[in-house]
Design a protein around this ligand. Structure first.
Ligand code: UN1
Length: 500
Protein backbone atom coordinates (compact mmCIF):
# COMPACT_ATOMS: atom_id res chain seq x y z
CA UNK A 1 0.00 0.00 0.00
CA UNK A 2 2.84 2.40 -0.80
CA UNK A 3 1.55 3.79 -4.10
CA UNK A 4 2.27 7.41 -4.79
CA UNK A 5 -0.79 9.50 -4.06
CA UNK A 6 -0.98 12.60 -6.14
CA UNK A 7 -2.57 15.99 -6.55
CA UNK A 8 -5.87 16.31 -8.35
CA UNK A 9 -5.82 19.39 -10.53
CA UNK A 10 -8.16 20.32 -13.36
CA UNK A 11 -9.65 16.82 -13.40
CA UNK A 12 -6.29 14.97 -13.55
CA UNK A 13 -4.22 13.10 -10.98
CA UNK A 14 -0.76 14.61 -11.33
CA UNK A 15 2.63 14.64 -9.61
CA UNK A 16 3.96 17.75 -7.97
CA UNK A 17 5.77 19.68 -10.68
CA UNK A 18 9.13 19.44 -8.91
CA UNK A 19 8.59 15.70 -8.32
CA UNK A 20 8.94 16.07 -4.54
CA UNK A 21 7.19 13.64 -2.19
CA UNK A 22 6.66 12.98 1.51
CA UNK A 23 5.65 9.94 3.56
CA UNK A 24 3.12 9.36 6.28
CA UNK A 25 3.37 6.60 8.89
CA UNK A 26 0.68 5.11 11.09
CA UNK A 27 0.98 6.81 14.52
CA UNK A 28 0.02 3.58 16.32
CA UNK A 29 2.38 1.16 14.57
CA UNK A 30 4.89 3.15 12.55
CA UNK A 31 3.83 1.33 9.34
CA UNK A 32 4.00 3.27 6.11
CA UNK A 33 0.62 4.68 5.05
CA UNK A 34 1.77 6.08 1.75
CA UNK A 35 3.92 8.44 -0.25
CA UNK A 36 2.35 11.69 -1.35
CA UNK A 37 3.04 14.47 -3.81
CA UNK A 38 4.65 17.46 -2.08
CA UNK A 39 3.43 20.59 -3.77
CA UNK A 40 5.03 23.97 -4.07
CA UNK A 41 3.95 27.39 -5.33
CA UNK A 42 3.85 26.29 -8.98
CA UNK A 43 1.39 23.46 -8.22
CA UNK A 44 -0.84 25.88 -6.34
CA UNK A 45 -0.65 28.25 -9.30
CA UNK A 46 -1.87 25.55 -11.69
CA UNK A 47 -4.66 24.55 -9.32
CA UNK A 48 -5.85 28.14 -8.94
CA UNK A 49 -5.77 28.64 -12.73
CA UNK A 50 -7.93 25.55 -13.25
CA UNK A 51 -10.32 26.54 -10.47
CA UNK A 52 -10.69 30.00 -12.01
CA UNK A 53 -11.66 28.58 -15.38
CA UNK A 54 -14.06 26.08 -13.80
CA UNK A 55 -15.73 28.84 -11.79
CA UNK A 56 -17.09 30.44 -14.97
CA UNK A 57 -19.31 27.44 -15.64
CA UNK A 58 -19.86 26.18 -12.08
CA UNK A 59 -21.30 29.50 -10.91
CA UNK A 60 -23.99 29.14 -13.61
CA UNK A 61 -24.72 25.49 -12.84
CA UNK A 62 -28.16 25.57 -11.15
CA UNK A 63 -27.79 25.30 -7.38
CA UNK A 64 -30.34 22.43 -7.09
CA UNK A 65 -28.23 20.50 -9.62
CA UNK A 66 -25.10 21.19 -7.61
CA UNK A 67 -27.12 19.80 -4.71
CA UNK A 68 -27.78 16.58 -6.64
CA UNK A 69 -24.05 16.04 -7.01
CA UNK A 70 -23.54 16.57 -3.29
CA UNK A 71 -26.43 14.24 -2.54
CA UNK A 72 -24.75 11.52 -4.59
CA UNK A 73 -21.45 12.23 -2.82
CA UNK A 74 -23.14 11.74 0.56
CA UNK A 75 -24.56 8.40 -0.60
CA UNK A 76 -21.14 7.25 -1.80
CA UNK A 77 -19.60 8.28 1.52
CA UNK A 78 -22.20 6.23 3.32
CA UNK A 79 -21.40 3.20 1.11
CA UNK A 80 -17.68 3.59 1.85
CA UNK A 81 -18.05 4.62 5.48
CA UNK A 82 -16.37 1.60 7.05
CA UNK A 83 -13.34 1.72 4.76
CA UNK A 84 -12.98 5.48 5.17
CA UNK A 85 -13.12 5.12 8.94
CA UNK A 86 -10.51 2.36 9.03
CA UNK A 87 -8.16 4.29 6.81
CA UNK A 88 -8.63 7.37 8.98
CA UNK A 89 -7.72 5.46 12.13
CA UNK A 90 -4.59 4.12 10.43
CA UNK A 91 -3.65 7.55 9.26
CA UNK A 92 -4.15 9.70 12.36
CA UNK A 93 -4.89 7.34 15.24
CA UNK A 94 -8.36 8.13 16.58
CA UNK A 95 -10.31 5.06 17.69
CA UNK A 96 -12.47 3.44 15.06
CA UNK A 97 -15.81 4.45 16.62
CA UNK A 98 -14.76 8.08 16.57
CA UNK A 99 -13.45 7.75 13.03
CA UNK A 100 -16.89 6.47 12.03
CA UNK A 101 -18.35 9.52 13.75
CA UNK A 102 -16.02 11.77 11.80
CA UNK A 103 -17.14 10.22 8.49
CA UNK A 104 -20.75 10.48 9.66
CA UNK A 105 -20.33 14.21 10.25
CA UNK A 106 -19.06 14.54 6.69
CA UNK A 107 -22.06 12.57 5.40
CA UNK A 108 -24.48 14.69 7.42
CA UNK A 109 -22.93 17.94 6.25
CA UNK A 110 -22.98 16.83 2.64
CA UNK A 111 -26.67 15.88 2.73
CA UNK A 112 -27.46 19.07 4.59
CA UNK A 113 -25.70 21.30 2.08
CA UNK A 114 -27.22 19.34 -0.82
CA UNK A 115 -30.59 20.53 0.51
CA UNK A 116 -29.36 24.12 0.66
CA UNK A 117 -29.11 24.00 -3.14
CA UNK A 118 -32.91 24.29 -3.19
CA UNK A 119 -33.01 27.09 -0.63
CA UNK A 120 -30.03 29.44 -0.88
CA UNK A 121 -32.43 32.03 0.49
CA UNK A 122 -32.01 35.71 -0.24
CA UNK A 123 -34.21 38.64 0.71
CA UNK A 124 -37.02 40.52 -0.96
CA UNK A 125 -38.15 43.86 0.41
CA UNK A 126 -40.69 46.47 -0.60
CA UNK A 127 -39.41 49.47 -2.53
CA UNK A 128 -39.76 53.12 -1.61
CA UNK A 129 -41.22 53.60 -5.08
CA UNK A 130 -44.18 52.32 -7.01
CA UNK A 131 -43.66 49.74 -9.75
CA UNK A 132 -40.26 48.77 -8.49
CA UNK A 133 -39.04 45.48 -7.02
CA UNK A 134 -36.15 44.99 -4.59
CA UNK A 135 -34.25 41.84 -3.80
CA UNK A 136 -30.87 40.72 -2.59
CA UNK A 137 -29.30 37.52 -3.91
CA UNK A 138 -26.28 35.50 -2.89
CA UNK A 139 -23.24 35.37 -5.13
CA UNK A 140 -20.24 33.06 -4.85
CA UNK A 141 -16.77 34.54 -4.36
CA UNK A 142 -14.83 32.54 -6.95
CA UNK A 143 -11.90 30.31 -5.98
CA UNK A 144 -11.91 29.40 -2.27
CA UNK A 145 -8.72 28.28 -0.55
CA UNK A 146 -9.57 25.58 1.99
CA UNK A 147 -6.95 24.66 4.55
CA UNK A 148 -7.82 21.94 7.03
CA UNK A 149 -6.31 20.22 10.10
CA UNK A 150 -5.62 16.55 10.73
CA UNK A 151 -7.87 15.98 13.76
CA UNK A 152 -11.13 15.73 11.77
CA UNK A 153 -9.86 14.55 8.37
CA UNK A 154 -13.26 14.11 6.69
CA UNK A 155 -15.61 16.22 8.81
CA UNK A 156 -13.80 19.56 8.75
CA UNK A 157 -13.04 19.53 5.00
CA UNK A 158 -16.74 18.78 4.43
CA UNK A 159 -17.83 21.64 6.71
CA UNK A 160 -15.88 23.97 4.44
CA UNK A 161 -16.05 22.39 1.01
CA UNK A 162 -19.76 21.55 0.87
CA UNK A 163 -21.06 25.06 1.62
CA UNK A 164 -18.40 26.52 -0.71
CA UNK A 165 -19.50 24.25 -3.55
CA UNK A 166 -23.24 24.52 -3.11
CA UNK A 167 -22.87 28.29 -3.23
CA UNK A 168 -21.17 28.08 -6.64
CA UNK A 169 -17.54 28.57 -5.65
CA UNK A 170 -14.69 26.43 -6.86
CA UNK A 171 -12.10 25.10 -4.46
CA UNK A 172 -8.39 24.58 -4.01
CA UNK A 173 -8.10 22.20 -1.06
CA UNK A 174 -4.88 21.95 0.95
CA UNK A 175 -5.37 19.38 3.73
CA UNK A 176 -2.99 18.78 6.64
CA UNK A 177 -0.14 16.64 5.33
CA UNK A 178 -0.75 13.99 8.05
CA UNK A 179 -4.20 13.22 6.65
CA UNK A 180 -3.58 13.49 2.92
CA UNK A 181 -5.06 10.07 2.22
CA UNK A 182 -8.42 10.85 3.84
CA UNK A 183 -8.49 14.13 1.92
CA UNK A 184 -7.78 12.30 -1.29
CA UNK A 185 -10.60 9.84 -0.56
CA UNK A 186 -13.01 12.73 -0.08
CA UNK A 187 -12.00 14.17 -3.44
CA UNK A 188 -12.41 10.74 -5.10
CA UNK A 189 -15.96 10.65 -3.77
CA UNK A 190 -16.77 14.05 -5.26
CA UNK A 191 -15.35 12.93 -8.60
CA UNK A 192 -17.39 9.71 -8.50
CA UNK A 193 -20.48 11.79 -7.71
CA UNK A 194 -19.97 13.68 -10.96
CA UNK A 195 -18.36 16.94 -9.94
CA UNK A 196 -17.09 18.67 -13.11
CA UNK A 197 -13.33 18.97 -13.70
CA UNK A 198 -11.58 21.86 -12.01
CA UNK A 199 -14.33 22.51 -9.46
CA UNK A 200 -12.33 20.88 -6.66
CA UNK A 201 -8.55 20.76 -6.87
CA UNK A 202 -6.45 18.93 -4.31
CA UNK A 203 -2.96 20.19 -3.53
CA UNK A 204 -1.03 18.02 -1.08
CA UNK A 205 1.90 19.27 0.92
CA UNK A 206 2.81 21.39 3.89
CA UNK A 207 1.59 24.73 5.15
CA UNK A 208 4.89 26.57 4.70
CA UNK A 209 4.92 26.01 0.94
CA UNK A 210 1.55 24.94 -0.48
CA UNK A 211 -0.62 26.53 2.22
CA UNK A 212 1.29 29.79 2.14
CA UNK A 213 1.10 30.01 -1.67
CA UNK A 214 -2.65 29.57 -1.51
CA UNK A 215 -3.10 32.16 1.24
CA UNK A 216 -1.06 34.72 -0.70
CA UNK A 217 -2.50 34.02 -4.12
CA UNK A 218 -4.21 37.14 -5.53
CA UNK A 219 -6.85 35.12 -7.40
CA UNK A 220 -8.12 33.36 -4.26
CA UNK A 221 -10.54 35.83 -2.66
CA UNK A 222 -11.56 33.62 0.27
CA UNK A 223 -9.57 31.50 2.71
CA UNK A 224 -11.23 29.17 5.18
CA UNK A 225 -8.73 27.90 7.72
CA UNK A 226 -8.88 25.68 10.80
CA UNK A 227 -5.78 25.35 12.94
CA UNK A 228 -3.83 27.11 15.66
CA UNK A 229 -4.51 30.69 16.71
CA UNK A 230 -0.93 31.68 15.87
CA UNK A 231 -1.16 30.41 12.30
CA UNK A 232 -4.71 31.69 11.90
CA UNK A 233 -3.73 35.19 12.92
CA UNK A 234 -0.91 35.14 10.37
CA UNK A 235 -3.42 34.00 7.71
CA UNK A 236 -5.65 36.95 8.64
CA UNK A 237 -2.76 39.40 8.25
CA UNK A 238 -1.78 37.98 4.86
CA UNK A 239 -5.40 37.91 3.78
CA UNK A 240 -5.97 41.53 4.81
CA UNK A 241 -3.20 42.70 2.46
CA UNK A 242 -5.17 41.31 -0.49
CA UNK A 243 -8.58 42.19 0.97
CA UNK A 244 -9.65 38.56 1.25
CA UNK A 245 -12.48 37.16 3.25
CA UNK A 246 -10.79 35.00 5.86
CA UNK A 247 -12.82 32.61 7.99
CA UNK A 248 -10.87 31.24 10.95
CA UNK A 249 -11.52 28.41 13.36
CA UNK A 250 -8.74 28.22 15.92
CA UNK A 251 -7.78 27.17 19.42
CA UNK A 252 -9.78 26.35 22.51
CA UNK A 253 -9.32 25.92 26.25
CA UNK A 254 -12.71 24.51 26.99
CA UNK A 255 -14.03 24.02 30.50
CA UNK A 256 -16.59 21.78 32.13
CA UNK A 257 -18.14 23.20 35.31
CA UNK A 258 -19.21 20.64 37.89
CA UNK A 259 -21.44 22.29 40.48
CA UNK A 260 -22.10 20.92 43.97
CA UNK A 261 -25.58 19.73 42.93
CA UNK A 262 -24.35 17.91 39.79
CA UNK A 263 -25.07 14.29 38.97
CA UNK A 264 -21.47 13.16 39.44
CA UNK A 265 -21.69 9.92 37.45
CA UNK A 266 -22.95 11.88 34.49
CA UNK A 267 -20.24 14.50 34.98
CA UNK A 268 -17.49 11.86 35.08
CA UNK A 269 -18.80 10.30 31.85
CA UNK A 270 -18.89 13.74 30.23
CA UNK A 271 -15.36 14.58 31.33
CA UNK A 272 -13.90 11.27 30.15
CA UNK A 273 -15.51 11.57 26.75
CA UNK A 274 -14.68 15.21 26.17
CA UNK A 275 -11.19 15.27 27.69
CA UNK A 276 -9.85 12.05 26.21
CA UNK A 277 -11.84 11.44 23.02
CA UNK A 278 -9.58 11.75 19.95
CA UNK A 279 -6.76 11.63 22.55
CA UNK A 280 -7.71 15.18 23.56
CA UNK A 281 -6.85 16.45 20.09
CA UNK A 282 -10.07 18.33 19.47
CA UNK A 283 -10.45 22.06 19.49
CA UNK A 284 -13.54 21.37 21.62
CA UNK A 285 -11.69 19.09 24.09
CA UNK A 286 -12.38 19.62 27.79
CA UNK A 287 -8.93 20.54 29.02
CA UNK A 288 -10.26 22.21 32.19
CA UNK A 289 -12.72 20.97 34.80
CA UNK A 290 -13.93 23.71 37.10
CA UNK A 291 -15.20 21.87 40.14
CA UNK A 292 -17.05 23.09 43.22
CA UNK A 293 -14.94 22.40 46.33
CA UNK A 294 -17.85 20.57 47.97
CA UNK A 295 -17.61 17.78 45.39
CA UNK A 296 -13.95 18.14 44.43
CA UNK A 297 -12.70 15.13 46.42
CA UNK A 298 -15.40 12.76 45.26
CA UNK A 299 -15.21 13.85 41.63
CA UNK A 300 -11.43 13.55 41.58
CA UNK A 301 -11.49 10.07 43.09
CA UNK A 302 -14.12 8.82 40.67
CA UNK A 303 -12.39 10.37 37.70
CA UNK A 304 -8.97 9.01 38.60
CA UNK A 305 -10.43 5.51 39.08
CA UNK A 306 -12.02 5.57 35.65
CA UNK A 307 -8.94 7.02 33.95
CA UNK A 308 -6.84 4.23 35.46
CA UNK A 309 -9.03 1.71 33.66
CA UNK A 310 -8.65 3.22 30.20
CA UNK A 311 -6.84 1.10 27.65
CA UNK A 312 -4.35 2.63 25.25
CA UNK A 313 -3.71 0.96 21.95
CA UNK A 314 -4.28 0.80 18.24
CA UNK A 315 -7.56 2.52 17.46
CA UNK A 316 -8.55 -0.34 15.15
CA UNK A 317 -8.76 -2.67 18.13
CA UNK A 318 -12.33 -2.48 19.44
CA UNK A 319 -11.16 -2.69 23.07
CA UNK A 320 -9.01 0.43 22.80
CA UNK A 321 -10.25 3.51 24.66
CA UNK A 322 -7.48 5.90 23.64
CA UNK A 323 -5.42 5.81 20.47
CA UNK A 324 -2.03 7.40 19.84
CA UNK A 325 -1.51 11.10 19.34
CA UNK A 326 -0.79 12.21 15.82
CA UNK A 327 3.00 12.55 15.79
CA UNK A 328 6.17 12.41 17.82
CA UNK A 329 6.58 16.21 18.11
CA UNK A 330 2.96 16.39 19.33
CA UNK A 331 3.69 13.65 21.89
CA UNK A 332 6.70 15.57 23.22
CA UNK A 333 4.83 18.83 23.36
CA UNK A 334 2.05 17.20 25.42
CA UNK A 335 4.54 15.64 27.79
CA UNK A 336 6.37 18.95 28.15
CA UNK A 337 3.10 20.42 29.42
CA UNK A 338 2.93 17.66 32.03
CA UNK A 339 6.34 18.81 33.26
CA UNK A 340 5.19 22.43 33.20
CA UNK A 341 2.16 21.53 35.31
CA UNK A 342 4.30 19.74 37.88
CA UNK A 343 6.77 22.61 38.03
CA UNK A 344 3.91 25.04 38.57
CA UNK A 345 2.79 23.06 41.61
CA UNK A 346 -0.30 21.29 40.28
CA UNK A 347 -0.88 17.79 41.66
CA UNK A 348 -0.53 15.01 39.10
CA UNK A 349 -3.51 12.81 40.00
CA UNK A 350 -3.39 10.34 37.07
CA UNK A 351 -1.22 9.49 34.07
CA UNK A 352 1.53 11.82 32.96
CA UNK A 353 3.75 9.45 31.04
CA UNK A 354 4.64 8.55 27.47
CA UNK A 355 4.14 4.79 27.03
CA UNK A 356 6.47 2.67 24.91
CA UNK A 357 6.05 -0.87 26.28
CA UNK A 358 4.96 -3.92 24.30
CA UNK A 359 2.44 -3.19 21.56
CA UNK A 360 2.88 0.51 22.09
CA UNK A 361 6.59 0.49 21.20
CA UNK A 362 6.28 1.93 17.72
CA UNK A 363 3.52 4.45 18.35
CA UNK A 364 3.03 7.87 19.93
CA UNK A 365 1.10 7.05 23.09
CA UNK A 366 0.46 9.35 26.00
CA UNK A 367 -1.37 8.30 29.16
CA UNK A 368 -4.64 10.07 29.89
CA UNK A 369 -3.58 12.64 32.43
CA UNK A 370 -5.44 14.47 35.20
CA UNK A 371 -4.04 17.36 37.21
CA UNK A 372 -5.73 18.34 40.44
CA UNK A 373 -5.42 21.50 42.57
CA UNK A 374 -4.74 23.58 39.49
CA UNK A 375 -4.87 27.37 39.77
CA UNK A 376 -6.69 29.22 37.00
CA UNK A 377 -3.62 31.26 36.09
CA UNK A 378 -1.27 28.30 35.60
CA UNK A 379 -0.07 27.64 32.05
CA UNK A 380 -1.77 24.22 31.98
CA UNK A 381 -5.04 26.05 32.74
CA UNK A 382 -4.49 28.75 30.12
CA UNK A 383 -2.75 27.23 27.08
CA UNK A 384 -4.14 24.78 24.56
CA UNK A 385 -2.34 21.45 25.03
CA UNK A 386 -4.12 19.43 22.32
CA UNK A 387 -3.58 16.12 24.04
CA UNK A 388 -5.12 13.84 26.69
CA UNK A 389 -4.54 16.17 29.62
CA UNK A 390 -7.14 17.87 31.77
CA UNK A 391 -6.79 20.27 34.70
CA UNK A 392 -9.13 20.27 37.71
CA UNK A 393 -9.56 23.78 39.07
CA UNK A 394 -11.41 24.00 42.41
CA UNK A 395 -13.77 26.94 43.02
CA UNK A 396 -16.07 27.97 45.86
CA UNK A 397 -19.04 29.49 44.04
CA UNK A 398 -20.95 29.66 40.79
CA UNK A 399 -19.69 33.21 40.26
CA UNK A 400 -16.07 32.12 40.62
CA UNK A 401 -16.71 29.21 38.23
CA UNK A 402 -17.97 31.59 35.54
CA UNK A 403 -14.96 33.87 36.02
CA UNK A 404 -12.58 30.96 35.59
CA UNK A 405 -14.40 29.69 32.49
CA UNK A 406 -14.26 33.13 30.86
CA UNK A 407 -10.74 33.86 32.08
CA UNK A 408 -8.84 32.47 29.09
CA UNK A 409 -8.03 33.95 25.69
CA UNK A 410 -10.17 31.38 23.87
CA UNK A 411 -13.94 30.99 23.62
CA UNK A 412 -14.97 27.84 21.78
CA UNK A 413 -16.95 25.47 24.00
CA UNK A 414 -17.97 25.17 27.65
CA UNK A 415 -20.30 23.05 29.72
CA UNK A 416 -22.01 22.98 33.08
CA UNK A 417 -23.26 20.05 35.10
CA UNK A 418 -26.00 21.19 37.47
CA UNK A 419 -29.56 20.24 38.38
CA UNK A 420 -30.51 23.84 38.99
CA UNK A 421 -32.34 25.31 36.02
CA UNK A 422 -31.69 28.87 37.14
CA UNK A 423 -27.97 28.23 37.30
CA UNK A 424 -28.07 26.67 33.85
CA UNK A 425 -29.74 29.73 32.36
CA UNK A 426 -27.37 32.05 34.18
CA UNK A 427 -24.48 30.12 32.65
CA UNK A 428 -26.01 30.61 29.19
CA UNK A 429 -26.16 34.31 29.84
CA UNK A 430 -22.71 34.81 31.32
CA UNK A 431 -20.41 32.35 29.54
CA UNK A 432 -18.75 33.83 26.48
CA UNK A 433 -18.16 30.84 24.24
CA UNK A 434 -19.55 29.99 20.82
CA UNK A 435 -20.91 26.67 22.12
CA UNK A 436 -22.33 25.76 25.53
CA UNK A 437 -23.56 22.41 26.80
CA UNK A 438 -25.83 21.81 29.78
CA UNK A 439 -25.30 18.42 31.45
CA UNK A 440 -23.06 17.11 28.66
CA UNK A 441 -19.34 17.44 27.87
CA UNK A 442 -17.79 20.13 25.66
CA UNK A 443 -17.75 18.01 22.48
CA UNK A 444 -20.37 16.62 20.15
CA UNK A 445 -21.47 19.59 18.08
CA UNK A 446 -24.11 18.73 15.47
CA UNK A 447 -23.64 19.96 11.92
CA UNK A 448 -26.84 21.97 11.57
CA UNK A 449 -25.99 24.50 14.28
CA UNK A 450 -23.37 27.23 13.95
CA UNK A 451 -19.93 26.01 15.04
CA UNK A 452 -17.20 28.33 16.19
CA UNK A 453 -15.97 30.51 18.98
CA UNK A 454 -15.34 33.93 20.41
CA UNK A 455 -12.13 35.83 21.23
CA UNK A 456 -8.91 34.10 20.05
CA UNK A 457 -10.90 31.11 18.78
CA UNK A 458 -12.32 32.81 15.72
CA UNK A 459 -12.81 36.00 13.78
CA UNK A 460 -16.56 36.34 13.98
CA UNK A 461 -17.52 33.73 11.40
CA UNK A 462 -19.21 30.42 12.12
CA UNK A 463 -19.06 27.15 10.27
CA UNK A 464 -21.86 24.62 9.81
CA UNK A 465 -25.56 25.44 10.03
CA UNK A 466 -27.11 27.60 7.35
CA UNK A 467 -24.76 30.40 8.45
CA UNK A 468 -21.97 28.55 6.66
CA UNK A 469 -23.56 29.83 3.46
CA UNK A 470 -22.98 33.37 4.74
CA UNK A 471 -19.24 32.73 4.79
CA UNK A 472 -19.11 31.49 1.21
CA UNK A 473 -21.43 34.03 -0.44
CA UNK A 474 -21.72 37.77 -0.65
CA UNK A 475 -24.79 39.86 -1.35
CA UNK A 476 -25.89 41.51 -4.53
CA UNK A 477 -28.83 43.89 -4.08
CA UNK A 478 -30.97 44.28 -7.16
CA UNK A 479 -33.49 47.03 -7.90
CA UNK A 480 -35.90 46.38 -10.78
CA UNK A 481 -37.83 49.44 -11.91
CA UNK A 482 -40.77 48.50 -14.16
CA UNK A 483 -42.47 51.93 -14.12
CA UNK A 484 -41.09 52.90 -17.53
CA UNK A 485 -39.83 56.26 -16.31
CA UNK A 486 -36.85 57.43 -14.30
CA UNK A 487 -37.84 57.30 -10.67
CA UNK A 488 -35.40 58.61 -8.12
CA UNK A 489 -35.24 56.97 -4.71
CA UNK A 490 -35.38 59.33 -1.73
CA UNK A 491 -36.29 62.30 -3.97
CA UNK A 492 -39.31 60.84 -5.75
CA UNK A 493 -40.54 58.52 -3.02
CA UNK A 494 -42.64 61.10 -1.19
CA UNK A 495 -43.63 62.91 -4.35
CA UNK A 496 -45.09 59.85 -6.08
CA UNK A 497 -47.00 59.17 -2.90
CA UNK A 498 -48.65 62.63 -2.91
CA UNK A 499 -49.23 62.88 -6.68
CA UNK A 500 -50.77 59.42 -7.03
C1 UN1 B 1 -12.74 20.08 16.31
O1 UN1 B 1 -12.43 19.73 17.43
O2 UN1 B 1 -11.89 20.58 15.58
O3 UN1 B 1 -18.03 18.97 18.52
C2 UN1 B 1 -14.09 19.86 15.75
C3 UN1 B 1 -17.13 18.18 18.27
C4 UN1 B 1 -16.99 17.65 16.86
C5 UN1 B 1 -16.19 18.56 16.02
C6 UN1 B 1 -14.95 19.08 16.68
N1 UN1 B 1 -18.29 17.44 16.28
O4 UN1 B 1 -16.33 17.84 19.09
Amino acid sequence: MADLMRNFIGGQWIDARAGATFERHNPATGDLIGTFAKSDRSDVQTAVDKAKVAFESWRLYPAPKRGEILYRAAQIMLDRKELLAREMTEEMGKVIDEARGDVQEAIDMTYYMAGEGRRMFGQTTPSELRNKFNMSVRKPFGVCGIITPWNFPMAIPSWKMMPALISGNTVVFKPASFTSRSALRLVEILIDAGLPDGVVNLVLGNGQEAGDALIRHPDVPLISFTGSTETGNAVAVDGARLNKRVSLEMGGKNAIIVMDDADLSLAVDGILWSAFGTSGQRCTAASRVVVHRKVQKELTERLVARVGGMRLGNGLDATTDIGPVVSDPQLRSINDYVKVGQAEGARLAAGGKILREGDLANGHFHEPTVFDEVRADMRIAQEEIFGPVTALIPVSSFKEAIEVVNGVRYGLSASIFTQDVNQAFRAMQDIYTGILYINAGTTGAEIHLPFGGTKATGNGHREAGTVAIDVFTEWQSIYVDFSGRLQRAQIDAVESETSA
